[in-house]
Design a protein around this ligand. Structure first.
Ligand SMILES: [Zn+2]
Length: 404
């Protein structure tokens, strides 16, 4: 949208008010007068509203600067009686458009303290500005056009009390959508936004094997191959290994074998790490386990072997997966027997991930960034501001700095 503020000698004035703030009286050019802020249609005037009002503009050097104008109301056929749109500010904003854009750009690119000190506004206000700018940027485009490959994931916030579901476009690595919640309803809300036609265009979806994601996707996106994310599979194997280790440790403790229990506890990291990253001490620990505790070492090898599948070529991976499942089924370690059952049930989705070489790596990157945003100070009490800033930062919606 292009606009001009009329600032001619005849109809505008500039002065310092009693607080030494610079005030500039403005009015929209004729073509921008009497427009509905929602649909931009020209409407009949209704009344003068609450008279003159001010919008905070970008400072002039160190001096506060405001625009002042009439704020009449118009009567829109569709939207009823509303304050007429002004070209220099967004609807319902007390700041000019350039001020909003600058604050949003700073929120994406700098720290909380820097923004608040530089712009002399509260952090809460930054949150509201982000919501406004993000909503407008989303309204002006189709955020879901051309999506074919998506990644779904959840972020746990505040130690599992609250969850954020995020959807990332695999092609661009951009955040497409985020919402609080971790259930079928949340996923369905997104699919509703996509609509039937766009759902039909989705070809690949990566996620973990949670029913609340896979079931609605399978129902509503008939052409999508669901790929179980390798990271989640390997994590399940690591969890299984940890369960085996804990069982052995508990048994050792119960049997009064304090030294073994202590050594096992210390072995946790050696078992978790990728073998290529082990320190010398951790390698020694692993060798000790190999010699002393067959079940734990077997569990370790099972975990590593499963991880290796994702580094093999597709054909090799299928053979390796077969071998792994056979081994895991008869390994006599309950957690791995269970995992083998789970993977067998989801076999098609595991293979889809292997054949499409699709992982949630990009989704994990976005997750990390969102965690940083949460940590930067947008409290959990303003969920909309968190999502708005995430969309500005990671969804490609951040406005450029005005005038650059
Ligand atoms: Zn309207």
């Amino acid at each position: 949208m292009t606009y001009r503020c009329s600032l001619t000698a005849a109809d505008s004035r500039v002065w310092l008010d009693q607080h030494d703030q610079l005030v500039v009286a403005v009015r929209p050019v004729w073509s921008q007068l009497d427009r509905c802020p929602h649909c931009r249609r020209r409407c009949p005037g209704y009344d003068l509203g609450e008279g003159r009002r001010r919008w905070r503009a970008l400072d002039l050097g160190t001096t506060f600067c405001f625009l002042e104008a009439d704020a009449p109301r118009v009567e829109c056929r569709q939207h009823g009686v509303v304050v007429a749109a002004v070209p220099w500010a967004r609807h319902d904003a007390w700041f000019t458009r350039s001020f909003d854009d600058t604050a949003a750009w700073l929120a994406v690119n700098t720290s909380k303290t820097a923004i608040c000190q530089l712009l002399r506004i509260a952090w809460r206000t930054v949150g509201r500005i982000c919501e406004r700018v993000s909503a407008e940027a989303n309204a002006g485009r189709d955020p879901y056009a051309g999506l074919t490959e998506l990644g779904f994931d959840e972020i746990s916030i505040r130690k599992g009390q609250k969850y954020l579901t995020v959807v990332v476009d695999h092609h661009t690595g951009r955040l497409v959508w985020a919402a609080f919640g971790r259930d079928r309803k949340t996923v369905e809300k997104f699919l509703d936004l996509l609509g039937e036609e766009r759902c039909n265009q989705i070809q690949l979806v990566s996620c973990d094997d949670a029913d609340w994601i896979t079931l609605p996707i399978a129902e509503r996106c008939p052409n999508a191959a669901i790929c179980l994310d390798p990271w989640h599979i390997v994590k399940a194997a690591t969890d299984a290994l940890d369960e085996v280790r804990r069982t052995v440790w508990n048994e050792a403790r119960r049997a009064g074998n304090k030294q073994l229990a202590k050594d096992l506890k210390g072995a946790r990291f050696a078992l978790w790490k990728k073998p290529e990253n082990l320190t010398e001490r951790q390698q020694a620990k692993l060798a000790w386990i190999a010699k002393l505790n067959a079940p734990i070492y077997r569990a370790y090898l099972l975990k590593e072997q499963l991880r290796a599948i994702y580094h093999a070529s597709y054909e090799d991976a299928l053979t390796l997966l077969d071998d792994w499942l056979k081994w895991a089924r008869r390994c006599r370690l309950e957690p791995f027997v269970k995992l083998a059952r789970r993977i067998t049930e989801q076999r098609a989705k595991v293979e889809a991930a292997l054949s499409n070489n699709l992982s949630n790596a990009r989704v994990e990157q976005v997750n990390t960034q969102i965690r940083l945003i949460l940590r930067r100070g947008f409290g959990y009490r303003s969920p909309d501001a968190v999502i708005a800033l995430a969309m500005l930062s990671l969804g490609g919606l951040c406005p450029p700095l005005p005038g650059r």
